[in-house]
Every structure is written in C-alpha cells, then in structure tokens.
Design a protein around this ligand. Structure first.
Ligand code: PMT
Length: 219
C-alpha cells in the first residue's frame, strides 16, 4: 500500500449505475459512468488505503491496486456493501443507485403489441442508509445529485441518512454525469467546503484529502 494518511485503513466505495431488469434484454438505469467513483477509488488508494470498489456496469478499467467487485442491481449492491463494509473503516456511496425496481421482471422477452404499456415499480432499499444502520462506527460519505436547492437537499440527506459527510453535485443539463470534470460542495455537521470545477481526477484528489482530514478529526 502507498504511504499516506489512510495507511492501514480499508475503504469501500460504490460507483456507477445500477441496472434493474424489465425482461432478459431490457433494463431501467441512469446516466452514471462510474468516472467520479473510480477517480475517488484511485485517490484513496494513493493516500494509503486498501480500497474495494463495488461497481455497477461501466466501461472503465479498474484503478491500479484497487480490488473490484461487479454488481448489477441495487439488491446486489446492498448485499455486497453490507458484506464488505464489515471490516472497513470508511464507506463511500458514489453509485447512482436506481431508486425503483420492476416488481416482476419477465422471464422471457416481452412481446410488443399496440396497447399502451405500464410497469409496476417498487422502492429499492437505501444502500448507504442500511450500511450506516448496520455499522454505527463506520465513517460514511454519501454523494448527492441535485437539480435544485443543492445545499438544502444535500444537508437533508446528510441528516436523514446519518452520514458523516456528503459531496453534492449539480446534475442535469449536461452536468456531472458521464463527464470528465465536476464540481462538488461538501457538507458535514460542522462545516462545508467548495471544490470548484476541475477534472474528476483533481476533484477526487481534493475530496480524498478532505475525507482523510475529517476521518482524522473524528477518530
Ligand atoms: O458516475 P459519473 O458519470 O462520474 O457521475 C458521478 C455521479 C453524478 C453519479 C456522482 O458524483 C454522484 O452524485 N453519485 C450519487 C448519485 C445519487 O444517486 O445521488 P442521490 O442524491 O440520489 O443519492 C444520495 C446518496 O444515497 C448517494 O450516496 C447514493 O449512492 C445513495 N443511495 C441512493 C439511493 C439508494 N437506493 N441507495 C443509496 O445508497
């Protein structure tokens, strides 16, 4: 492991989208590419942590020195997150988890006809809230993807999900998702920090350093 402030710690991160099947060939998903989470995995690794990345489907190479577990659905992501967080000190949810899944995915490809069609959806579990609940001592960092009232919504998620820190980004109108750059407003109980527009690699370096700083302040 690299020498750095996170040496000796295990960090588990989620990244990328989830896919919720409709039938064997179709699914519901979102625009996450995984770039932000993968960049953060590399940054935590460079700060000395042992890093496990739980990844939804992406086209990205695994960062050097990082262990990767591939998942598809929110249910898979939940199962692996609860399992891998057991021996971690830091958990970060950068994945864009689908909030709903199809109630009854079809076993065979759905045939089209002329009638309108609707899908019954059920709420997916909240992965990061479940991890926090199971492991009260873990340092848990969430992301918040917002199209309005960024600070208010992010602080709401910080409190509701009982997170230690949340990194909020503006999304929609071509922002954050599947880009090589991003900007973050990071909030925690006693403060906040702006990470202005930069490459995701640079943003991830600053966010990694901030996580190390806040983890150190708490421990
Ligand atoms: O992957 P990229 O293309 O690089 O884009 C990066 C990103 C925009 C996806 C990333 O920076 C980001 O914001 N990820 C979180 C997206 C998201 O789902 O935000 P949210 O505000 O809906 O969720 C808040 C937090 O709860 C997140 O930590 C999320 O992982 C978690 N969550 C949400 C729903 C759910 N069912 N389970 C969860 O754990």
């Amino acid at each position: 492991f690299a020498d750095g402030p996170l040496r000796g710690l295990h960090a588990v991160l989620t990244a990328g989208p989830t896919r919720e099947p409709i039938d064997p060939v179709r699914y519901i998903s979102n625009r996450s590419s995984g770039k932000m989470g993968y960049a953060l995995a590399a940054s935590l690794q460079a700060l000395g942590a042992r890093v496990t990345l739980i990844s939804g489907p992406t086209n990205l190479p695994t960062p050097a020195g990082v262990a990767r577990v591939d998942v598809e659905t929110a249910a898979d992501l939940l199962e692996h997150s609860l399992q891998l967080a057991a021996d971690a000190q830091i958990f970060i949810g950068a994945a864009a988890v689908a909030d709903y899944r199809v109630d009854a995915p079809a076993d065979e490809k759905i045939k089209k006809n002329d009638a309108a069609m609707s899908l019954a959806l059920s709420r997916n579990p909240d992965v990061i809230a479940a991890v926090r609940e199971r492991y009260p001592d873990l340092f848990v960092v969430g992301f918040a993807a917002e199209t309005e009232k960024l600070a208010e919504h992010a602080r709401g998620k910080l409190e509701r999900k009982k997170l230690d820190m949340i990194a909020a980004n503006w999304v929609g109108r071509g922002r954050a998702f599947d880009r090589d750059d991003n900007a973050l407003s990071v909030f925690w109980a006693g403060g906040e920090r702006e990470l202005p527009q930069a490459s995701k690699a640079a943003i991830a370096r600053d966010l990694g350093a901030l996580i190390a700083e806040r983890y150190g302040a708490r421990a």
